[in-house]
Write a protein that binds this ligand. Structure first.
Ligand code: ADP
Ligand code: HMS
Length: 557
């Protein structure tokens, strides 16, 4: 028997999964919640943090490896000699400043109380003003890269974050040797060598296989301080996803209980790594990872500009293909909002009596409604619109409320709105000559909510295949570990072969129901006209309301 390990670094915890190389069977898993969690109010020494700051401690990432892997082997009684490879995936853009030995600046005692020496987590939003300025400068200069990112660079990405560091802590900026994605930093610790991955370089740091990173002139136009941001601070070879980054060093092998010299895959990202885990290796098959928010990943054979996508990157998902990413900022978050804001105590009592979760109760009641029966139609912009409008200032809306409207009707209308949002994204790809012929879903909601998946099948008029794994990213990472080991090392020659043997979806995909498809076609037309009316400038009432809100002074009585 041979095994591979995938480690999935999420926002709050890291999970290692041991997988059988021959068939993708998940033999066991171990999780460690990050001891420092997300630091958004104070640093470990009590130093207070400002608004919109979200940091992490890199020691937690190393602790995940040294705590979970030895336990995993012990629990499953698998010998370290039988593990041939390891892959990881991470949230992104999650970056940290390090010295020339890869030591994070926050590990220096003298920097322990300086927020800029820590990891800036993907949802660190304190660089929004930098993102706004960057977008203005890029637009004025006619930078072509903007089109590849739906017209806007997000404050969550690399350049706004490094600019924030350069401006607010210039001495740390000078002291750091390189700024590195956490996924690449962990791989560096495992192999002893710095490599960067094409996925985060492309989607988060505006890198293009032919054009490279943004030019020095552009960086100088942002700030003279950033002129060396690419030549020095982003140094390091960029490897395509699917390659081997190196081999496990003896020191790390000792710490994490694996054999020295096993293959370590190039770093990867949680959404993108999931694609082969459901067996996708070719164009035309979209995977949606549906949870708190949704990421859509799709492969194509050519680089096309798709309005409002998050990015297109050659080799960014699988080698030899273009990977496209799009997304919806608010999905499960809406459903939670209904639970917390629109659901009376009697529903909670009923759920407790039935011994089910409140989401399950609302879903059960919503499932008893026919499509269109509630008379409601919603716009799913509770947290802005990521694709296709790329506008964080848009807000949500529910039309058709009456005195008879019930919580389960709102719950269902929001599920429908997220499905309409996904259909809008699919149509944007199709009209831009990027085919979407099949639809796959993974993530918490794909697994837990059958009604939501049936609604998606009906709204999209497509079969929906569900990932067979409840740990899809970790499975994907483990598969890349087996590919890094190679065929001669007991793994696979390439990710295509690994996906064929190890990737899986559940039997019995969701099928569209013809009668529901017709009703949803009619509702989608209405959704689209509201989408354009409120989202494309015909009526900017959402922005005017937001503006008024920001100007108003609260009245306290
Ligand atoms: N049964 C359910 N049906 C629909 N949404 C649910 C259900 N249970 C939890 N949720 C929502 O799913 C989201 C969590 O999704 P999950 O994939 O588990 O996590 P994450 O996206 O953070 O990785 C939360 O927003 C929660 O409100
Ligand atoms: O942005 C990406 C991927 O591009 C994610 O890593 C980031 O949104 C975090 O997602 P999760 O909260 O882990 O689902």
């Amino acid at each position: 028997m041979t095994y591979t390990i995938g480690v999935d670094y999420g926002t709050l915890s890291g999970r290692a999964v041991l997988v059988d190389v021959t068939n993708g069977r998940e033999v066991g898993s171990e999780l460690l919640a990050y001891p420092h969690g997300v630091m958004d109010s104070t640093l470990p020494d009590g130093t207070a943090l400002g608004h919109d700051v979200a940091l992490q401690h890199p020691q937690d990432y190393l602790d995940v490896l040294s705590h979970t892997i030895p336990k995993l082997l012990q629990k499953t009684e698998v010998s370290a000699e039988d593990v041939i490879g390891l892959g990881i995936d991470f949230t992104a853009c999650t970056i940290l400043p390090v010295d020339d030995h890869g030591k994070p600046l926050c590990f220096y005692e003298e920097h322990a109380s300086r927020s800029h020496s820590y990891v800036k987590l993907w949802k660190h939003h304190a660089a929004q003003d930098k993102a706004n300025q960057l977008n203005d400068v890029a637009e004025q200069r006619g930078e072509v890269f903007l089109q590849r990112y739906g017209g806007k660079i997000s404050s969550e990405w690399f350049f706004p974050k490094i600019w924030e560091l350069a401006e607010e802590a210039p001495d740390l900026y000078d002291q750091m040797d390189v700024m590195v994605e956490a996924t690449d930093w962990v791989i560096w610790q495992l192999t002893g060598t710095l490599t960067r991955n094409a996925c985060t370089a492309g989607y988060k740091a505006i890198w293009h296989k032919q054009e490279g990173f943004p030019s020095e002139e552009f960086l100088k136009a942002l700030s003279p301080k950033l002129v060396n941001a690419v030549s020095e601070k982003l140094r390091g070879p960029i490897l395509p996803i699917g390659e081997k980054a190196g081999e496990l060093t003896p020191e790390m092998a000792e710490k994490i209980g694996l054999s020295p010299g096993i293959a370590i895959a190039v770093g990867n990202v949680d959404a993108h790594v999931s694609v082969p885990a459901v067996g996708i290796t070719e164009p035309g098959k979209m995977l949606a990872i549906i949870g708190t928010s949704t990421c859509h990943i799709l492969l194509g054979t050519e680089e096309q500009i798709v309005p409002g996508m998050c990015g297109v990157v050659e080799d960014g998902v699988l080698p030899g293909l273009y990977g496209y990413e799009a997304g919806q900022s608010c999905v499960g978050d809406h459903f939670n909002w209904v639970v917390e804001t629109c659901t009376p105590a009697s529903y909670f009592e009923e759920a407790a009596l039935e011994g089910i979760d409140i989401h399950e109760l609302l879903t059960k009641k919503a499932a008893a409604l026919a499509p269109g029966e509630s008379g409601l139609l919603a716009l799913d912009w509770w947290n802005g619109n990521r694709s296709t409008l790329v506008d964080v200032d848009l807000t949500g809306m529910i039309l058709g409320m009456t005195l008879q409207t019930k919580p389960e009707e709102i719950y269902r209308a929001l599920i429908e709105a997220t499905a309409f949002g996904t259909r809008t994204i699919i149509e944007a790809f199709r009209t831009s000559n990027v085919p979407v012929d099949e639809f796959y879903a993974a993530g918490g909601i794909a697994e837990k909510n059958a009604l939501a998946m049936q609604i998606y099948a009906d709204v999209l008029n497509m079969e929906i295949k569900i990932s067979a794994s409840s740990q899809t990213p970790a499975l994907g990472a483990a598969m890349f570990g087996a590919v890094a080991a190679g065929k001669d090392g007991g793994g696979y020659e390439n990710i295509h072969n690994a996906a064929a043997a190890m990737g899986k979806t559940k039997p019995d995909p969701y099928q569209p129901h013809a009668s529901a498809v017709d009703v949803y076609d009619a509702l989608y037309k209405e959704y689209s006209s509201l989408y354009d009316y409120f989202g494309r400038g015909e009526n900017d009432v959402m922005k005017r309301l937001k503006h008024l809100k920001s100007k108003s002074t609260p009245v306290h009585v």
